[in-house]
Write a protein that binds this ligand. Sequence first.
Ligand code: HEC
Length: 148
Amino acid sequence: MNMKVISILIITTAVAIQFIPYGKDHTNPPTMSEPQWDSPHTKQLFDNACANCHSHETKYPWYSDIAPVSWLLARDIEEGREHFNVSLWGIQKKNKGKDAAKEVREGDMPPWFYLPTHPEARLSAAEKQDLIIGLEKTFGEEKKEEEK
Ligand code: HEC
């Protein structure tokens, strides 16, 4: 195959995948029930760093319309809400609030790949500390092994 044919194939594929419906629906489900945040500051930090994937208040960026990015985003949001969703607090059965502080402390959340495109989620050391304490106060904390 020559370069021209390859280019045409790549472009055709890039256009064709835009017609796949998965990841296109950006309507947020309604917020049914929220946790009792220990302070507005905790909620603010959560909104900046976590809410896009763990609530029904997702803000979709322009590139969320473009496949295949749209597919990755849709999957993260689906999975994120499935594990921990502050818009179905007390309603959704699996809702791992007690793990939230630990995820932040260990640097697992927010996910590293989220940060380059979301400067508001890059928490300073002080903000990170505030969020950890706020999450513990709001959701409680899973007991550490030695304390059980
Ligand atoms: C880009 C989307 C995204 C953002 C932003 C994000 N998360 Fe997550 N989160 C996920 C996904 C996807 C999962 C499920 C898969 C996994 O555990 O990695 C998850 C899982 C979790 C879990 C459950 C872990 C478990 O044991 O099952 C907690 C708790 C959590 N996140 C807390 C947070 C907190 C707190 C923040 C903000 C500091 C945050 N997340 C930011 C996508 C996100």
